[in-house]
Design a protein around this ligand. Structure first.
Ligand code: ASP
Length: 334
C-alpha cells in the first residue's frame, strides 16, 4: 500500500485543476474624477488583453514564468502604462526603464535597470535570468547583452509619447515651485503622487497547473526622476519576488519606500516564518511602506491560487483570471 502511494501520488497530484494570473498596471490617485469614461474603457480592454495573453499559456498547461512575461509584454507595448512604450520621462526628457522577473521553482531571477533601447525590458530580464550567470544588469551592458540575445532594439524616441512630454512639463512647473518654497532640488525631493495621479508600473504574478509560481514587474520609474535613479521594480525582494512555498508578488508605488521596507520579500517572509495569512501580510507591509512616506499597491498569488490585489492609494489598475477563463478587471478602490 505504501509503495503504491509512493509511486502513484506524485502522478496523481502532479497537476492542479486550477491556475491563476493576477496583473496590475500601477496604483495611485485613480478616481472617477481623474479618468474619463473613454480612458477607463481603454484600460479595461488592455488589462483584459494582458490577462488573455497569460491565460492562453496557462490554460494549455504552460509555465507561470511564460504567462507573467506575456502579460507584462502586452502592457509594455501599450502607451497606457508607465512601462515600455509610453513610459514616464526623466528630468532630462529621456526614458530609463527597469524590469525584473523571478521563477518560484528555483528562485532564479533576472533584472535590467536604466535601459533606453530595449523594446521589452521584461524579455531582457528573462534573458538575464536564463542566459547569463547574473541577476541584474544595467545600462549599456544590459542593452548590448539584450541585442546579442536577439531582442528588439529601438530608438529611445519609440518610447516617448506626447502625453508624457506634457506631464513632464507640468511636473517641472510644480518642481520649480517646490524648489523655490523648500529650497531643495525637486528631482531629488521625490513625491510622484504630488506630480502625477498615478504610477503606472506594470506587473504580473501567476500559479500554473503544476503549482509553480512566477512574478514579473516593469516600469519607467517615477516622472521627473534624476537620470540614473533606479527604483524598486528591478530589485528582487523589493519590487518582485517568487517562491513556490510562499507567494509570487509584484509591487507598485513610490519605489524608495518599497526598497527600504524590502516590500515583496517582507510579505513572503511573514508567510514563511509566521504563517501570516496573505491578505494580512500584505496589509502589514503596505502599512510599513506608508510609515516610510510611501504609497502604492501589490498583487500576489500563492500555490493554492489564493490571491490579493491590495493598495493604500485611491485606486490601482488590476485584474485576474483563473481556470474558468472569465477575466475580471477593476480600476478604482472598493
Ligand atoms: N515603483 C516604481 C518606481 O519607483 C514606480 C511605479 O510603481 O510606478 O520606480
Amino acid at each position: 500500500m505504501f509503495l503504491f502511494l509512493l509511486f502513484v501520488t506524485p502522478f496523481v497530484f502532479a497537476e492542479n485543476n486550477y491556475f491563476r494570473l493576477v496583473i496590475h498596471g500601477g496604483a495611485g490617485d485613480i478616481t472617477e474624477q481623474n479618468i474619463s469614461e473613454e480612458l477607463k474603457k481603454e484600460h479595461e480592454k488592455k488589462l483584459t488583453e494582458a490577462l488573455q495573453a497569460g491565460y492562453t499559456i496557462l490554460s494549455q498547461g504552460g509555465d507561470s514564468i511564460d504567462a507573467v512575461q506575456a502579460a507584462v509584454m502586452v502592457m509594455e507595448d501599450s502607451p497606457l502604462y508607465n512601462a515600455g512604450k509610453g513610459a514616464s520621462l526623466t528630468v532630462d526628457n529621456k526614458v530609463e526603464l527597469d524590469a525584473s522577473i523571478m521563477d518560484g521553482r528555483d528562485h532564479k531571477a533576472g533584472a535590467v535597470a536604466g535601459v533606453s533601447h530595449i523594446r521589452n525590458p521584461i524579455m531582457a530580464a528573462y534573458k538575464v535570468m536564463t542566459k547569463s550567470p547574473y541577476v541584474m544588469m544595467g545600462g549599456i551592458g544590459a542593452e548590448e547583452f539584450a541585442q546579442a540575445e536577439g531582442l528588439d532594439i529601438v530608438e529611445p524616441s519609440y518610447f516617448i509619447i506626447e502625453s508624457r512630454t506634457e506631464q513632464l512639463k507640468k511636473v517641472k512647473e510644480i518642481s520649480q515651485k517646490v524648489e523655490q518654497e523648500k529650497g531643495v532640488n525637486a528631482a531629488l525631493y521625490q513625491d510622484p503622487l504630488m506630480y502625477d495621479y498615478k504610477y503606472g508600473t506594470v506587473g504580473a504574478v501567476a500559479v500554473d497547473i503544476r503549482g509553480n509560481l512566477a512574478a514579473a514587474t516593469s516600469t519607467g520609474g517615477t516622472t521627473n526622476k534624476h537620470y540614473g535613479r533606479i527604483g524598486d521594480s528591478p530589485i528582487i525582494g523589493a519590487g518582485t519576488y517568487a517562491d513556490n512555498n510562499t507567494i509570487a508578488i509584484s509591487t507598485t508605488g513610490l519605489g524608495e519606500a518599497f526598497i527600504r521596507t524590502v516590500a515583496a520579500y517582507d510579505v513572503a517572509a511573514q508567510i514563511k516564518y509566521r504563517q501570516t495569512p496573505l491578505a494580512e501580510a500584505a496589509k502589514n507591509t503596505l502599512n510599513s511602506v506608508q510609515e516610510m512616506g510611501g504609497a502604492g499597491g501589490m498583487i500576489a498569488v500563492d500555490n493554492k491560487g489564493n490571491f490579493i490585489m491590495q493598495f493604500n492609494t485611491k485606486g490601482m489598475f488590476r485584474g485576474t483570471i483563473g481556470q474558468d477563463g472569465v477575466p475580471q478587471v477593476a480600476i478604482y478602490g472598493l
